[in-house]
Design a protein around this ligand. Structure first.
Ligand code: URA
Length: 250
């Protein structure tokens, strides 16, 4: 089912123009809806059934924005903070939208893959342990893990305060390094699980979340929108209905 959106919103939703620039574009007479020039920003178009062009170029439209950030250390996973920089400071202007929020949370000193989206339903599903989305972390630890630690993770760790964790996977990579796969996102979970086994964490990096990884080429601080295929796979992994790449117009 289609829905009509204000033209200036529809254009700024593409991430290519700010809302103000979009209004100016419309006013300048270069925007057409189904071939007819439209000059009023408040006029509406249905991006799923109508063709919107800017200077003759057909505009793709996306209902939600999905961003993959390689979070560096030193940034809070929050939408705002009075004192410290937040991951939102790393989002370029063209991707900022109301409702854009991180999916789950990484500690200030944790690096790695962090998703941000304004798709509240998918955000919720990805964070829910019911949906079994694996999060994989590479940890540098003090000391060396053992098979007993691997077994304890597989059985489900009980933290110092009595909190029970779901079964998780511990892989001993090399002395001082291990990889942990969890499906939950309790506060400081990986650090607390490892600490409970006498393996305090020195550094922590999230390598992947469900079907998404950082890839070889991304650098700390970089951010990129997900491809339509990645959004589809992510929705599938979170058990959200209709791997919904249909929200995109070509
Ligand atoms: N577990 C932690 O302890 N910290 C993180 O940042 C993420 C998972």
């Amino acid at each position: 089912m289609g829905k009509a959106l204000r033209l200036d919103k529809l254009l700024s939703d593409t991430g290519r123009w700010s809302r103000k620039e979009a209004r100016e574009l419309v006013r300048s007479g270069v925007v057409c809806v189904d071939g007819t020039v439209v000059r009023a920003g408040e006029s509406k178009a249905d991006p799923e059934t109508q063709t919107v062009t800017v200077r003759g170029e057909r505009i793709g439209w996306q209902e939600f924005v999905y961003l993959l950030l390689y979070k560096p250390a030193g940034y809070l996973t929050a939408t705002e903070d009075a004192h410290a920089p937040t991951v939102m400071d790393l989002v370029p202007e063209e991707y900022r939208r109301s409702g854009l929020a991180p999916v789950g949370r990484l500690d200030k000193d944790t690096t790695g893959l962090l998703l941000l989206t304004d798709d509240g339903g998918l955000n919720h599903a990805l964070c829910s342990p019911r949906h079994h989305v694996d999060k994989v972390y590479l940890a540098q630890v003090e000391g060396e893990g053992s098979q007993a630690d691997v077994d304890a993770f597989a059985a489900g760790i009980t933290l110092g305060d009595g909190t029970k964790c779901l079964p998780a996977r511990l892989e001993l990579v090399e002395p001082g390094w291990c990889r942990v796969t969890v499906r939950e996102g309790k506060f400081h979970q990986v650090k607390r699980m490892l600490a409970s086994r006498g393996l305090p964490v020195k550094t922590l990096k999230r390598e992947s979340m469900g079907p998404l990884g950082l890839g070889k080429w991304m650098k700390e601080g970089e951010i990129r929108p997900l491809t339509v295929e990645e959004v589809g796979k992510l929705r599938e992994s979170a058990g959200v209905d209709g791997a919904d790449s249909s929200k995109y117009t070509k």
